[in-house]
Design a protein around this ligand. Structure first.
Ligand SMILES: [Cu+2]
Length: 73
């Protein structure tokens, strides 16, 4: 079952940032239904393939401080 995950992402200033974050998250195995906008990324991920830590690390490695947004959507 794919889990839903929303990240709050800092330092995204322009469309190029959106592209970079899209590429970073898109390259994480198990991430699907990815939607990135300035400051935010929403996706689903397959828990048998990846986890929140790996997904966060991909964004942070790309140069954007990020954290998991908790709560109901
Ligand atoms: Cu930018």
């Amino acid at each position: 079952m794919a889990k839903k995950l929303t990240l709050k992402i800092d330092n995204m200033m322009c469309e190029k940032c959106v592209e970079r974050v899209e590429n970073a998250l898109g390259s994480v195995e198990g991430v699907t239904d990815l939607e990135v906008s300035k400051g935010k990324a929403v996706m689903r991920y397959d828990e048998s393939k990846t986890d929140e830590e790996r997904i966060l690390a991909a964004v942070i490695d790309a140069g954007y401080p990020a954290k998991v947004k908790k709560g109901l959507f």
